[in-house]
Design a protein around this ligand. Structure first.
Ligand SMILES: *[C@@H]1O[C@H](CO)[C@@H](O)[C@H](O)[C@H]1NC(C)=O
Ligand SMILES: *[C@@H]1O[C@H](CO)[C@@H](O)[C@H](O)[C@H]1NC(C)=O
Ligand SMILES: *[C@@H]1O[C@H](CO)[C@@H](O)[C@H](O)[C@H]1NC(C)=O
Ligand SMILES: *[C@@H]1O[C@H](CO)[C@@H](O)[C@H](O)[C@H]1NC(C)=O
Ligand SMILES: *[C@@H]1O[C@H](CO)[C@@H](O)[C@H](O)[C@H]1NC(C)=O
Ligand SMILES: *[C@@H]1O[C@H](CO)[C@@H](O)[C@H](O)[C@H]1NC(C)=O
Length: 872
């Protein structure tokens, strides 16, 4: 990145920050998932998949115990208590060969498009389901007898109800027998919100103004606002979508780019259209802008709603991702909106299109009565307006020209709950869970574009991500998420199948502290194990969602059951500031002391895997803390302590703790012995590594032979390790294309370390070969993104804030060396780079070359220290 560009970006950022004050920075809004569960570590997940693809449409009937699934060419009825129990029923509903031929001739893709993608599946009445499929670009719908579960002999035309294109944004609901759908139906048609299966079919207006501009629909939500309404209000259907911005000045976009904004629109259920004006059109359509974090640069991906017992408490959770302008970066934001904030916008001023100026601006003229766009209420009924057909022409004419509201809908608290880099959330589901403290917490399940689920709890104005779970081995977008309270399961729909995942896997937390620190509202510690609250007897349970650190009495976490031997850990937690008892409280036998012996001048990595991504690694050497920033050749990393260029004075007892929320847990303990340097061998390179060898009287030939063998072994195991590390790379997000400017330090996963230890033992010598364990791979170094800036004319003052600078999003793992941060549980990331290329080979472009160089003579590159200099 050039210096000028950096300055421009900084300047823009400052300007933008003034325009959009945010109380918290991107760093504060980010959250690291506390634990990472990879595909291989999963348990309790059930998978259903047939030969079909695209299990995208889910309909859960919890009371009947059935999960219906609309897929490509099929509809399934699964037993929701166990989707894999083999009792499923199937309706095969393939597009006919003729229609597939037609589809092909229309130039459509015969691998993805020319099929019958079932896109709509809902209950129609007590006996029937209603389903629509794209039917190879010739949509059809059918009422399906739910008991017989067979296709009817008669199909309905689907072209007004279901999109032709299986990938088109689409949402639909059946409300009191009426079918409300929103999409762009045909290839060339305009997007439209329609009501069918109703005496009064309705659509949106297209002239003189389009009410919808290239809208891509995401969700629709029915809010029963008529219930207990003191003003006799109507039920409303809310639509969420992204569309081309009409109202805003788009001067800072060049012509190839179109500013898009997120919107919420709504219609009234009892709308029957106008009599002469707006005949067969909605008279209650209104839309407003939905703002989350970076206006204009965010695309709405998913909406889920929750009402806590009454419609007035309805909240909408929304996931946004960065729009395509930010090609080089991936980031998501999650916002929460209250129904009252949405209503406020619809009750506020209107926008109006000025033909002469060709732009939208606030309308300050006279607003006719009854208020245009509002539903028929008691007040209008008293004035004789019993239905929308009775409304005066002035009102309907106004509605026709003023679909857009002036006020935007802002998130609760004025800012997002979460801004997460390197993740694209594709789907949300929300559950409200009553915790032991008597409060109810909203738990969000967020599916990503590459097959992970993030589970997060809303605490105050932020999100704590309890865990990230890789539910699909092959990266694929999570396309639907449904929660079953009866089954305490989350169903996940994606291209390759349906998953049934338990809402909580409390048994994963092995100790009281682990259980408390997780802050999972579904789980609590019962003095022996971490259990699901729903199944446990609630007496004697402890949980701390707010603070995440209270409730385990010192020592009680240890419980009666002794921890498994050799898995050091959780049960040795002690509150910080406790009576200096770190050592005293380690249960004997639960930790294995490991001996390490190295030669002076060698590097040694003492592995220590933090199970929690939020834990800070704390190392004590002979009882006093090794500074986290590192000094005297000691570097604290997330999976171990690196001692470079050892000296005899580095000998001593090393203990590794995980520190999280003020609690310390002993994880590993080592006794390190550094032997004084041996005399040099015949060549500089052939310094003997075998430390157990006594120095001195060994014949040169003998040494050379040993050395040759050892070096060979080392090279072989390094190669093996490297390959296996590449394969076992876990939890890492692939961030687009590798950019040559980036450096990513990926430390070995625990697998690799264990393996290397085993290999050491096989050599029957106490050799430390940390080498396989630090690698440099080309990765995306989050230098400030330059490309978006290039795409904007430089002299555009009202620029909204660019996406958060990645360097800001540093996961909050404060104690790691400044430049090295753990990314999603397993790899380090270089966060800052100097502007001038350094002389160090580390900064040259070829990483394959660098990798071999560094592995070869890592000791002298002083990798970590060099990197540190570049931190700011
Ligand atoms: C689903 O499975 C459970 C137990 O396996 C069984 O009791 C129940 O009857 C099944 N439900 C349906 C709808 O088949
Ligand atoms: C799809 O079309 C291509 C070219 O028209 C053809 O080669 C291929 O066999 C077709 N695939 C299927 C599944 O029909
Ligand atoms: C449900 O709808 C179907 C299809 O329109 C109809 O045949 C059936 O009679 C309806 N059932 C009830 C109970 O209304
Ligand atoms: C269906 O699944 C295939 C295979 O994963 C994918 O390429 C395609 O995009 C999916 N189509 C839809 C409409 O989801
Ligand atoms: C509206 O309904 C009321 C009572 O149902 C009726 O008395 C009145 O005439 C109706 N008004 C119109 C304009 O239809
Ligand atoms: C740690 O203690 C051991 C023995 O008690 C001693 O030999 C060593 O020098 C000490 N190391 C440090 C760094 O103080």
């Amino acid at each position: 990145m050039s210096r000028g560009m950096a300055h421009l970006l900084t300047a823009l950022f400052v300007v933008a920050a003034v325009g959009y004050p945010s109380r918290r920075s991107a760093t504060d809004l980010d959250a690291t998932p506390r634990t990472t569960v990879t595909f291989d570590e999963l348990s309790g997940v059930r998978r259903f998949g047939a030969r079909t693809l695209n299990y995208s449409t889910l309909l859960l009937e919890d009371d009947r115990g059935i999960l219906y699934v609309g897929a490509r060419g099929a509809i399934f009825a699964l037993n929701s208590s166990d989707v894999t129990d083999g009792s499923h029923r199937t309706i095969h509903w393939e597009a006919s060969p003729e229609k597939q031929m037609d589809c092909l001739q229309k130039g459509k893709n015969n691998k993805t498009e020319c099929f019958n993608h079932v896109r709509f599946l809902q209950r129609l009445n007590s006996t029937h389901l209603y389903a629509c499929g794209t039917y190879a670009f010739h949509p059809l719908c059918a009422a399906i007898d739910a008991d017989m579960f067979t296709l009817p002999s008669h199909f309905e035309e689907g072209k007004e109800k279901c999109p032709y294109d299986p990938a088109r944004g689409y949402t639909g609901l059946i409300v009191d027998g009426g079918l409300y759908t929103a999409t762009r139906y045909e290839f060339r048609s305009l997007p439209d919100i329609r009501r069918n299966l109703h005496q009064r079919p309705l659509k949106t207006e297209e002239s003189p103004l389009h009410w919808l501009n290239d809208a891509e629909f995401v969700a629709s939500v029915l809010v029963r606002e008529s219930k207990d309404s003191p003003v006799g209000d109507d039920d409303k259907i809310y639509y969420f979508f992204t569309e081309r911005a009409g109202e805003e000045t788009t001067s800072f976009f060049d012509k190839s780019q179109v500013a898009r904004v997120a919107r919420v629109a709504r219609v009234c259920k009892s709308d029957v259209g106008g009599k002469k004006i707006l005949q067969r059109k909605w008279t209650s359509f209104m839309k407003a802008r939905l703002v989350c974090y970076i206006p204009y640069y965010e695309v709405l991906r998913s909406i889920c709603s929750l009402d806590g017992g009454g419609w007035a408490s309805t909240v909408f959770y929304a996931a946004f991702t960065l729009s395509a302008q930010w090609r080089t970066m991936e980031a998501s934001a999650v916002c929460r909106y209250s129904i009252s904030a949405v209503q406020r916008a619809f009750e506020g001023p209107y926008m109006e299109y000025q033909d002469s100026a060709r732009k939208w601006s606030r309308y300050d003229g006279v607003v006719p009565e009854p208020r245009p766009g509002s539903c028929i209420t008691d007040r209008s009924r008293r004035k004789g307006y019993n239905s929308s057909q009775d409304l005066p022409n002035s009102v309907l004419d106004f509605v026709k020209l003023h679909p857009l509201m002036f006020e935007e809908v802002k998130p609760t608290g004025g800012e997002p709950l979460l801004v997460k880099k390197s993740v694209a959330y594709s789907r949300l589901a929300v559950d409200r869970v009553r915790a032991l403290d008597g409060h109810s917490y909203d738990v969000l399940f967020m599916g990503t574009g590459d097959g992970w689920i993030h589970k997060a709890v809303v605490v105050g104005s932020g999100l704590h991500i309890v865990e990230e779970v890789q539910v699909f081995r092959d990266p694929q977008p999570v396309e639907s998420l449904v929660i079953s309270h009866a089954q305490r399961s989350l169903y996940v729909g994606a291209a390759s199948g349906i998953l049934q995942v338990p809402l909580a896997s409390c048994a994963r937390y092995a100790s009281c502290y682990d259980c408390i620190l997780a802050r999972d509202p579904y789980c609590a510690w019962d003095s022996r194990a971490c259990r699901a609250i729903a199944t446990a007897d609630s007496t004697g349970l402890v949980q701390d969602i707010q603070g995440g650190n209270e409730g385990c009495r010192s020592g009680s976490g240890r419980g009666e059951s002794s921890p498994p031997l050799g898995t050091p850990g959780g049960d040795a937690s002690i509150p910080l500031g406790g009576q200096d008892g770190c050592e005293a409280r380690v249960p004997a036998g639960s930790l294995l002391w490991k001996n390490r012996t190295v030669l002076q001048g060698d590097d040694v990595l003492l592995p220590c895997d933090q199970r929690s991504n939020l834990a800070r690694a704390v190392w004590l050497l002979n009882g006093s803390e090794v500074p986290g920033a590192g000094q005297d050749r000691l570097r604290v990393g997330v999976d171990g302590l690196l001692v470079t260029d050892t000296l005899p004075r580095h000998s001593g007892e090393y203990r590794c703790y995980g520190e999280e929320r003020g609690l310390r847990t002993l994880l590993a303990a080592y006794s390190l012995t550094v032997l004084p340097e041996l005399p040099r061998g015949p060549t500089a390179a052939s310094r003997p590594h075998a430390a157990s060898q006594a120095a001195g009287d060994v014949k040169v030939a003998y040494v050379s032979a040993i050395v040759a063998l050892v070096v060979l072994c080392a090279v072989l195991s390094t190669v093996l390790l490297y390959v296996s590390c590449l394969e076992k790379r876990k939890g890492k997000y692939v961030l687009g294309e590798p950019r040559p400017a980036g450096v990513e330090l990926q430390t070995v996963s625990a697998n690799c370390l264990r393996k290397s230890r085993r290999e050491e033992e096989e050599e029957e010598e106490e050799l430390a070969y940390p080498d396989g364990c630090l690698q440099i791979i080309p990765g995306e170094a989050p230098t400030a993104a330059t490309s978006p800036v290039k795409e904007l004319p430089a002299a555009a003052p009202p620029l909204p804030p660019p996406p958060p600078l990645p360097a800001e999003l540093t996961n909050g793992v404060g104690a790691l060396p400044n430049v090295l941060r753990k990314m999603n549980g397993n790899s380090y990331m270089l966060l800052q780079q100097q502007e001038e290329p350094l002389a160090s080979p580390l900064y040259s472009a070829s990483f394959t070359e660098e990798l071999s160089k560094i592995l070869e003579k890592r000791k002298h590159t002083q990798l970590v220290e060099k990197l540190d200099e570049s931190s700011v």
